[in-house]
Design a protein around this ligand. Sequence first.
Ligand SMILES: Cc1cc2nc3c(=O)[nH]c(=O)nc-3n(C[C@H](O)[C@H](O)[C@H](O)COP(=O)(O)OP(=O)(O)OC[C@H]3O[C@@H](n4cnc5c(N)ncnc54)[C@H](O)[C@@H]3O)c2cc1C
Ligand code: SF4
Ligand code: SF4
Ligand code: SF4
Length: 491
Amino acid sequence: MTQEETKDEQAEEKYKYSFDFIQKKLEGKKDSYGMLMKEIVRSGICTECGTCAAVCPVLEWDPVVSQPKLIGKCTGCGICYNQCPRTITDPIQLMGEFKTGYVANTNIPEVIGGQDGGTVTSLLCYLFDEHLIDAAIVTMRDPANPWHPVAQIITTKDDVIKASGSIYCHSQTVDSLMEAIRADYRSIAFVGTPCNIDAVKKMMDSPAGMLRWFLRSNVITIGLFCMDSFSPETLYPMFEKDGIDLAKVTKMNIHKGKFHLYYENQEEPVKSYTISSLHKYKSSSCNFCTDLTAENADISVGSVGSGPNKNTVFARTGIGAEIIEDAAEKGYLTIEPYNAINLNAVLFLAKLKKVSQYTVQKRKVFIVRDAHDREEPKIKTEPVSDDAKSLISSRRAISVSKALNESNKKLELTLTNTAGFSLDNIHVRIANIDDVFESKPWLTTIRELFPYESIDISYPIESLEGSVLVEASTDTYGKIYSKTLKYEPKK
Ligand SMILES: Cc1cc2nc3c(=O)[nH]c(=O)nc-3n(C[C@H](O)[C@H](O)[C@H](O)COP(=O)(O)OP(=O)(O)OC[C@H]3O[C@@H](n4cnc5c(N)ncnc54)[C@H](O)[C@@H]3O)c2cc1C
Ligand code: SF4
Ligand code: SF4
Ligand code: SF4
């Protein structure tokens, strides 16, 4: 063997050693080539750097389609995923900075068996008992409207216990915080989802932040882990249609990809849904949210990563750690050390959330069908029910913008769902208006349009100046749009 060949062999051996070493390190994680393809390549954010192919013996760069290609058996080790400049793999990037973490559960008898470990409720009880706070901002159920969230200022331990439990909808917590500050409460605990916590953080830190100039109280923030929240206007009617009596529901819980509803004293859920089946009831904002673990809170509390009736807790600030440890010392909580957390489970979910921004793709679909020789499209004018009528009259359901394409004589219409929830089976009718007469009617049905999603429609026109009538209706809400849009060439 020549000296050159020996060198090559040694380098190859060292490379193999490193590859095996990293493979071992990544064991148990769910990163893989499949995830690289789904999150990075197919979502269109691959930079074509070729790193993934450079590090793996069974991957090569395919110059024809400009993406990595498997040429052997993938072990699913995730090495390619972990080198890619576009993936997010660093734990700090995924979960934010924290001092330490715990698995925690309550020792307060009335709280045991509540939402998860009852940690948030126990911490608030401790803070009130120790006179460390004089008010807390929590979210309770609206007594007049089952399971609708109402943010509240509370000042007693009794109310802390009444406020326990999760409501999986947006709650306007900051409004109550401002009210509490204006009412001169001096030390306030604020409980909220990561987006609520971000609002408070921004109000405190930004140069134009209201709390930066007006904060007269100490605020301790307790953030809840959060993957999704739902629109009560559409989710709850669906539950009711499925025979659920919301007034009888005592607990809602998301666990292992399922949304469970419980009635009082029942161990088994009265109904369960997979989260994927509830996608269209999700609040549109949550599709663009990247923070699972309330990275800006003093204390973050969730369920993923800990066992049943327990919480995963991160203390992110010194005061956060002190509160948790003192509450545990005084018997409000039992805490287990950081290594009791199933960190891989938290990291996996945090990663799904961080990459959700990449995988939400706007559908831009060109759909126009000629209505000639077809049955005239039906545009329902009356809403089907009073509920539907009041819901849709309180919102603008869709908006339409137009642009004239002079070169190919097309009117480009963009239809956007502005209702804030998904619309199904939207029947769209477009017709040319000649004086008062309609001609060339075109129709299409959009099967599903997600909140704030847009669909492009190209409508052919004969002259470069004129008007078109655009109408839209759905089976549930009747007519939701009707307008004559004028167009003319740019001067
Ligand atoms: C919209 C939403 C989505 C969530 N998604 C996840 C998830 O994907 N993974 C995960 O691990 N955990 C998630 N959680 C957190 C989880 O449901 C529990 O809140 C958390 O584990 C704390 O449990 P606990 O037993 O300490 O709660 P408790 O001791 O019962 O205390 C819960 C506290 O949350 C407050 N609260 C309830 N609903 C809201 C709301 N809508 N907005 C603001 N505050 C509220 C209550 O006032 C109460 O003080 C979510 C919570 C919410 C509100
Ligand atoms: S074997 Fe190669 S392609 Fe498969 S996950 Fe590992 S590094 Fe990626
Ligand atoms: S490492 Fe990532 S960005 Fe680079 S080519 Fe592979 S998938 Fe694309
Ligand atoms: S997913 Fe994000 S935006 Fe939606 S409620 Fe949770 S923290 Fe807020």
